[in-house]
Design a protein around this ligand. Structure first.
Ligand SMILES: Nc1nc2c(ncn2[C@@H]2O[C@H](COP(=O)(O)OP(=O)(O)O)[C@@H](O)[C@H]2O)c(=O)[nH]1
Ligand SMILES: [Mg+2]
Length: 291
């Protein structure tokens, strides 16, 4: 047993990779922001692309919408009302969140689907989510889990803006191992529906500061932390989305001012998601031109 062996042992079991495995523009927040502010969609007839956030209660969906808004407004905003106390879903109606860009609006919007809680009487109906993907849910639709099969909140016609262009699962890094089978069953159903509609899928992995103390102290360690990579892999395996479409973020939750590193991860994730969504818009446009 030489000293060198114990050194390499320590190195192997260390919590960090030597190098970051995904490049991150920590010093380029302004550029990320500018590109999103100036974004032109590939179909000029479409005002905005809709991004649907789905995930368990407490995953950080509302916090993510607030965090995106905070990054653009450069101050903490809480329009989507993150819920810290109750154990059941806070979001009860289908509502579109817009992000202001000075006097105008940015060309992407969010919808937050009520939690995917396990159990028949908890969370949104699978069918509601399927309808949201197809753009058939009316603004203000009530996700009342005990009130199944009602169609009066459904549209008979949809516009291009009603359709969903990217389905994003929001998963808390510190809870991914504890997600139960019922939630996975609902996710599988939604996934199949999204795939049949050719809607791309991505994952926002939140609460990275809770999952890894190293990252909790320094967010720039996000892609050197072995724990975070492990959690991303776990998300990928359980949801079936490749690691390249999984974006870890830390949401604003207790801060009183915005922070560069949090903004960079949030804006980077958003850039990728918006690109994936715009690719679908472009494909739909080309398809409609062929007809
Ligand atoms: N530490 C930490 N807490 C977070 C993060 N994102 C969300 N939270 C907290 O997690 C709880 C649930 O978040 P919320 O946005 O209400 O989840 P939702 O039910 O999916 O909308 C709230 O107490 C948030 O403040 C994060 O990235 N880090
Ligand atoms: Mg919420």
């Amino acid at each position: 047993m030489g000293g060198s062996e114990s050194t390499s042992q320590t190195k192997k079991s260390s919590a960090e990779f030597d190098k970051s495995w995904r490049e991150t523009p920590w010093d380029n927040k302004e550029l990320l922001e500018k590109n999103l502010r100036e974004l032109k969609l590939s179909d000029s007839k479409v005002k905005y692309i809709r991004i649907l956030l789905a995930g368990e209660v407490g995953a950080g969906k509302s916090s993510f919408i607030n965090s995106v808004n905070s990054a653009f407004q450069r101050r903490i905003t809480t329009e989507a009302l993150a819920d810290s106390v109750s154990g059941t879903s806070f979001t009860r109606t289908y509502r579109t969140y817009y992000i202001r860009n000075g006097q105008s609006l940015l060309p992407f919007v969010f919808n937050d689907i009520m939690g995917l809680e396990s159990g028949e009487s908890n969370g949104a109906h699978q069918e509601d989510i399927a309808k949201a993907l197809e753009g058939l849910l009316k603004e203000g639709h009530n996700f009342n889990p005990t009130d199944s099969g009602k169609n009066d909140d459904c549209k008979s016609e949809t516009s291009l803006e009603d359709l969903t262009y990217c389905l994003v699962y929001v998963i808390a890094a510190d809870k991914v191992s504890m997600m139960d089978d019922d939630v996975f069953r609902k996710m599988r159903y939604i996934r199949q529906k999204a795939s049949s509609l050719e809607i791309p899928q991505a994952v926002i992995m939140t609460r990275v500061d809770e999952a890894c103390p190293l990252v909790g102290k320094n967010l720039q360690k996000i892609y050197t932390s072995k724990k975070i990579k492990e959690k991303m892999q776990e998300c990928s395996n359980s949801v079936g989305v490749p690691v390249s479409h999984i974006f870890p973020v830390k949401n604003y939750h207790e801060e009183i001012d915005t922070q560069n590193d949090m903004d960079v991860l949030i804006l980077r994730a958003l850039t990728q998601i918006v690109q994936i969504a715009d690719d679908l818009l472009n494909r739909r446009k080309s398809d409609s031109e062929k007809c």
